[in-house]
Design a protein around this ligand. Structure first.
Ligand code: UDP
Ligand code: MG
Length: 334
């Protein structure tokens, strides 16, 4: 039987965790004869009774694993930890506030069985406030315009990934993570399942505006260096403007000397020239910073989906080779 892993981030969900667990179990019971399960709860440093409740769930259910963080590291890190630990043939990431309905995860599994590697749940409607819907919509438009990877709209982190995909995802170790973007950038066969997103069952969102802005910022900065390129463009504009300004100052000085205040021409030329040059050089520095940034992210150069070859020596899976070298950079003495 195939094994399905569930990665379940929890932060102060004491009021909904029991209900979530029973709902999930009820949904899973329907396919119990076809799959085995692994439910990985990641407690992201909850300050309420979430951990006690998870421990109780763990004590009664051999499929449940609980990982508890020493403090709050944030949602993206919590799901990363869960994915790192998952051992299933497919891994499903979902919220534990019942905004991601357990029933829908069964549909994700069905699509996976049809041959898709990534199945993301896409919100047809959402019970969020107008403000959140609107900002989310505008944000994904902006993000897709700025970045090379096409990040599907109206999706969160609720998705299923094949074991091959999670193996690749584990190679991305960047700290400021935008997991849904990383998954989108991996490629493979991806598809969507539409669902209606209800309101949260209890409690309040753990994504206040501050965290949302941080996530949004991470999304843009980890998939685009266009803000840096903007500096270069601004630099050119500033430089052009300074040339025009300097020409103007010279014309005034030469043809209308009675209008020119003494010392004005030199002052204006120096200010404009320095401003233009500074902006331009900042752009050049920015270009290098952008490159350094993409180098330090240490992302895999490519993702292999299949290797076809005849007999002979085995081609080691590039993923494992890369992980090995990345894991022991210090041991290279040659
Ligand atoms: N979460 C987490 N760490 C955090 C914030 C949230 O693990 O710092 C979890 C939370 O328990 C929930 C999921 O991430 O399962 C989504 O959070 P939330 O429902 O607050 O976000 P929203 O649905 O409002 O965007
Ligand atoms: Mg929620």
């Amino acid at each position: 039987m195939k094994k399905i892993s569930y990665v379940l981030p929890v932060y102060n969900e004491g009021e909904s965790i029991d209900r979530f667990y029973t709902d999930l179990r009820r949904a899973l019971a329907k396919v119990r004869d076809r799959y085995t399960f692994e439910l990985i709860f990641v407690d992201d440093g909850s300050r309420d009774d979430s951990l006690e409740r998870m421990k109780a769930i763990h004590a009664a259910d051999p499929d449940v694993k609980v990982v508890s963080f020493s403090r709050n590291f944030g949602h993206q890190i919590a799901i990363t930890a869960g994915i790192d630990l998952s051992t299933g043939d497919a891994t499903i990431v979902m919220d534990t506030d019942l905004q991601d309905p357990p029933e829908v995860s069964l549909e994700l599994i069905e699509r996976w069985e049809q041959g898709y590697d990534v199945v993301y749940a896409q919100r047809r409607t959402r019970g969020d406030t107008f403000f959140k819907r609107w900002t989310a919509h505008a944000y994904y438009r902006l993000l897709n315009r700025l970045s090379d990877v096409e990040i599907p709209r109206d999706t969160g982190d609720f998705r299923l990934m094949d074991a091959q995909v999670t193996a690749e995802l584990r190679r991305f170790r960047e700290k400021n993570r935008f997991v849904r973007g990383l998954v989108a950038s991996l490629g493979f066969r991806q598809t969507a399942v539409a669902f209606d997103r209800p309101n949260r069952f209890a409690g309040k969102t753990n994504y206040p505006l501050k965290k949302m802005v941080k996530l949004a910022y991470d999304g843009v900065t980890s998939f685009s260096t266009q803000p840096l390129q903007l500096i270069t463009r601004l630099g050119f504009l500033a430089f052009l403007a300074s040339v025009v300004g300097i020409a103007y100052a010279l014309v005034v000085k030469i043809f209308f000397p009675e209008e020119a205040v003494s010392g004005w021409t030199m002052t204006i030329i120096v200010i404009l020239l320095m401003g233009g040059i500074q902006m331009l050089t900042l752009g050049i520095v920015g270009t290098y910073v952008g490159r350094i940034y993409s180098e330090v992210q240490q992302r895999p150069l490519y993702i292999v989906s299949e290797v076809l070859q005849h007999g002979g020596e085995a081609v080691g899976h590039p993923a494992s080779a890369a992980t090995q070298t990345a894991a022991r950079p210090m041991s290279r003495t040659d």
